[in-house]
Design a protein around this ligand. Structure first.
Ligand code: LLP
Length: 403
């Protein structure tokens, strides 16, 4: 099968070579609209989980659409601030942060969303008077154990049953818990899982008298595989509205709804373009199509067994052949696809690996000492280089600097 891909990908590969990440910024904008339109809560604040793709051009599109930023590190906070995001639109969902990181975020006016009682306690002791709390609702959902972030085996969040301890801390200190947060996992395709988890944390949130907003997380899934059904985002929104309405009644005042997706906004807008560098058929009949990229640039198939669509953009009409698409990293797990039907790839063909806009470049490394790919944007029928591919000498110079 050759997945339908935009025609401008060929022009990007011809102009900028491979490996290259190509981002359709118009599509990022459309997804941002789509999400907003699917949600009907009257007090809605959408945040972008910047870890999915911190490329400044991508982030700027989302900031211009009125999105705030969900950040998880000082680096992400710093990028958001440098791109003009006001501190009050940044939520720092911490995970084992240091006291120094907490102090810096507070000094920058960024609210910290605490994932543990001891962090909340230390914030209170340091005189912070507003914070949020991430609860573990004990209900999670995800495509892979590594991206499941709620339930018994997770390091994330304060267990929902410990809300009384949060309340105690509030009463003993000047700290007010103004936000209640959950993030149950990534690439969730079931609205039911969201509803079940929201039910739990919103029950817990009855014990938080100073609450101003409820953030039901990111994790909104997208269909990577042609057989997958898209998530019913409107159903997630309806469930949130209904449950928040109950909580508003309990507290006697309006609350803001927040969502903080990453993947949903950017995954489908990104492609990793790669050139076929070798085609070999073993005596057992298996054909390996080797590429000029590997899991160093797109780790999702190796790390989570994720499916990514692949298209042969050089010969889309070639007869179909069943092949394994593999990378150039010296590890056996460096496989993009097994037994995938593709228009027969030939040496020099350009393949487009789709749904690579989220957790592609942001998780890329220079493993095997191969430089990071270039990043190129397509927007309003124009192609523009965002970040050039680093040269080998630059990479080697960085190693020297570390010595
Ligand atoms: N909020 C928090 C607190 C998160 O930890 C995450 C993702 C998100 C929001 C955004 O989740 P999203 O909407 O993008 O699913 N590398 C994995 C995904 C790890 C996500 C980690 N946290 C992957 O490639 O699937």
């Amino acid at each position: 099968m050759n997945t339908a891909v935009p025609t401008w990908l060929g022009a990007i590969a011809a102009t900028h070579g491979t490996p290259t990440f190509a981002y359709d910024l118009d599509l990022v904008r459309q997804q941002a609209h789509r999400l907003r339109q699917a949600l009907s809560h009257p007090r809605l604040q959408l945040l972008y989980a910047i870890k999915a793709n911190p490329c400044p051009a991508v982030v700027r599109v989302l900031l211009a659409e009125g999105y705030g930023i969900d950040a998880v590190s000082p680096g992400e906070v710093a990028l958001a601030l440098s791109l003009g995001c006001p501190p009050q639109r940044i939520c720092y969902t911490e995970n084992n942060m240091t006291d120094a990181e907490a102090a810096d975020a507070t000094a920058a006016g960024v609210l910290i969303n605490c994932g543990s009682l001891d962090r909340l306690q230390r914030l209170a002791e340091s005189g912070v008077n507003r914070a949020a709390v991430r609860f573990n609702p004990d209900v999670g959902d995800s495509e892979h154990a590594y991206t499941l972030t709620a339930g018994p085996l997770t390091k994330f969040g304060i267990h929902h049953s410990q809300v009384a301890a949060v309340r105690d801390l509030e009463q003993r200190s000047g700290l007010r818990v103004v936000g209640c947060h959950m993030h149950i996992g990534s690439n969730v395709l079931s609205a039911e899982a969201f509803r079940a988890a929201m039910r739990v944390i919103l029950d817990a949130a009855r014990g938080l008298p100073h609450l101003e907003w409820v953030d039901v997380g990111g994790g909104l899934g997208i269909p990577y595989h042609p057989d997958q059904k898209p998530l019913d985002v409107a159903a997630v929104g309806r469930a949130a509205d209904e449950l928040i309405a109950e909580l508003e009644q309990h507290h006697g005042r309006p609350l803001e709804l927040r969502l903080e997706p990453g993947r949903f906004l950017v995954a489908e807008a990104g492609y990793l373009l790669t050139t076929v560098t070798s085609v070999k058929t073993n005596p057992d009949g298996r054909t390996y199509v080797g590429c000029d990229t590997g899991f160093n640039h797109l780790i999702r198939p190796t790390m989570y067994g994720s499916y990514h669509p692949i298209a042969n953009i050089s010969h889309p009409q070639a007869p179909l052949e069943r092949v394994d698409v593999v990378g150039n990293v010296c590890e056996s797990g460096d496989v993009f696809a097994r037994e995938r039907e593709l228009p027969q790839p030939q040496l020099g063909d350009v393949l487009a690996i789709g749904c690579a806009g989220a957790y592609g470049m942001s998780m890329a490394s220079v493993y095997n000492l191969r430089p990071l790919p270039a990043e190129v944007a397509y927007e309003a029928a124009q192609i523009r280089l965002l970040r050039r591919r680093r040269s080998l000498s630059e990479l080697l110079a960085e190693l020297e600097d570390q010595a």
